[in-house]
Design a protein around this ligand. Structure first.
Ligand code: FMN
Ligand code: SF4
Length: 434
């Protein structure tokens, strides 16, 4: 069978010792670092710019450009901070990467830190995933023992220490400036920007914050060259990435493929929607991105095409829901999450998320009216653009898109005086239809 897959990060995840330094080296690991250390730091930054790698943490900002913002010769310490807080509903690519291939991240960290002239790097990981935290500590220790971290790395004269820091478990600490506050020991709340972290980040020093997958992709680019990376993907969305399929799909999991691959192609590899059912709606990039339906199966999953179709590529967290699912209930669950995770710093998000949950509850229980739908949309539009950070802006996306595509379903709740769906039918362990 022909395949669109491009397994690079995930190439040997099925080897039983894939997470060890031995396995990583056996599969060519740490050769990119030798190449990088033979270049000048600015040449490494240029290679990243040439690759047009766009940050894999959601916003898609070009990684090489971000590194290039770090002022040089400023006499200040520089820091690299890896964002491993992955907490958004549906997002599940960074934790498997850290479990299966932590050395790719560590090699990428050394290359990135060398490029921005940092001698201290941090990995900020969400604290609840204790097994991943342990694996990461083990991987850092292995790399250090082998002389791949610490002093005079591979005899180059370059020194780097890496600190693994476990957060206490708050979605907002994935927002890069809240993450920096948390890392400094403060309550994790977003900072006013500008100044951006590249100018005043950790301890007010120039700092690059990058996602796990962004940094773990760096060794591939340094080893194979920028041109090899840009062969994949589409005009402005280069390379490949992990697409995480979850929900009502026959074979959920990570599918590493070029940007621009469609959901129809991915479902072809994943065995389709679970047997006997059909696709109803899906998120292209996690719960903070507007919903798509089966009309969007052929949208190329890159930044530009997804935006043109009315959503966002985000973290390629594809949550799939079949016809047994109540869209009102799903959206309510997501907004309950945002309400719970709202840090409370600004009024539109702190109060607005609470209101939106109340209204969705009412609508889900069949006690709402059509006028309530308009009120709901009005509240959402008053949060977007007025909130202090992107968490607040995320609230409108699922609400507005679900009303756009499934207004009748909201009305049906009101007509019936309750939810028309059997919640048990949408569970993954539900009996298949006879
Ligand atoms: C509420 C919120 C949560 C976020 N969570 C994460 C996260 O868990 N991991 C991540 O890499 N980026 C997350 N981001 C995006 C980061 O702020 C930042 O853009 C990203 O780490 C930059 O890395 P990149 O350029 O490599 O994509 C989050 C943003 C917001 C607003
Ligand atoms: S938008 Fe929400 S999470 Fe962001 S600062 Fe305001 S209250 Fe905090």
């Amino acid at each position: 069978m022909s395949t669109v897959l491009t397994p690079e990060l995930s190439a040997y995840w099925d080897e039983p010792d894939s997470f060890t330094l031995d396995a990583y080296r056996r599969n060519g690991g740490y050769q990119a670092l030798r190449r990088a250390l033979a270049l000048e730091p600015d040449q490494v930054i240029q290679t990243l710019k040439d690759s047009v790698l766009r940050g894999r943490g959601g916003a898609g900002f070009p990684t090489g450009v971000k590194w290039g913002f770090i002022p040089q010769g400023d006499g200040k310490p520089h820091y690299l901070v890896v964002n491993a807080d992955e907490s958004e509903p549906g997002a599940c690519k960074d934790m498997p990467t850290l479990l299966n291939n932590p050395q790719a991240l560590i090699e990428g960290i050394v290359i990135a830190a060398y490029a921005i002239r940092a001698d201290l790097a941090f990995i900020y990981i969400r604290g609840e995933v204790l097994h991943v935290v342990r694996r990461l500590h083990h991987a850092v220790a292995e790399a250090r023992e082998a002389g791949l971290l610490g002093q005079n790395i591979l005899g180059s004269g370059y020194d780097l220490e890496v600190v693994v820091h476990a957060g206490a478990g708050a979605y907002i600490c994935g927002e890069e400036t809240a993450l920096l506050d948390s890392l400094e020991g403060y309550r994790g709340q977003p900072r006013l920007k500008p100044p951006f972290p590249a100018i005043a980040g950790l301890y007010a020093a120039p700092t690059v914050v990058n996602n796990v997958e962004s940094i773990a992709t760096v060794p591939y680019i340094l080893f194979n060259g920028a041109d090899e990376f840009t062969k994949y993907g589409t005009e402005k969305s280069k390379g490949f990435g992990l697409f995480s399929l979850s929900g009502h799909v026959t074979t959920p999991g990570q599918y590493e493929a070029p940007l621009g691959t469609t959901l129809r192609e991915l479902l072809g590899l994943a065995g389709g929607i679970r047997a006997g059912h059909r696709l109803k709606f899906w998120t292209p990039g996690g719960s903070s991105t507007p919903l798509f339906t089966d009309e969007h199966l052929d949208v190329p999953l890159d930044y530009e095409h997804v935006a043109a179709a009315g959503s966002m590529l985000g973290t390629r967290s594809i949550q799939l829901f079949d016809e047994t699912t109540c869209v009102v209930r799903v959206v309510l669950r997501w907004i309950e999450f945002y309400q719970h995770e709202s840090c409370g710093k600004c009024t539109p998000c702190r109060e607005g998320s609470y209101w939106v949950v109340q209204m969705l509850h009412k609508l889900e229980q069949g006690e709402g009216s059509e006028a309530d739908l308009e009120k709901l949309l009005d509240i959402c539009s008053n949060i977007t653009g007025r909130a202090f950070c992107a968490l607040g802006d995320s609230i409108e996306a699922p609400v507005k898109s679900s009303i756009k595509y499934f207004r009748d379903e909201y009305i049906e709740h009101q007509r019936r005086g309750g939810c028309p769906f059997d919640p048990a039918a949408s569970t993954l362990f539900a009996m298949e239809p006879a």
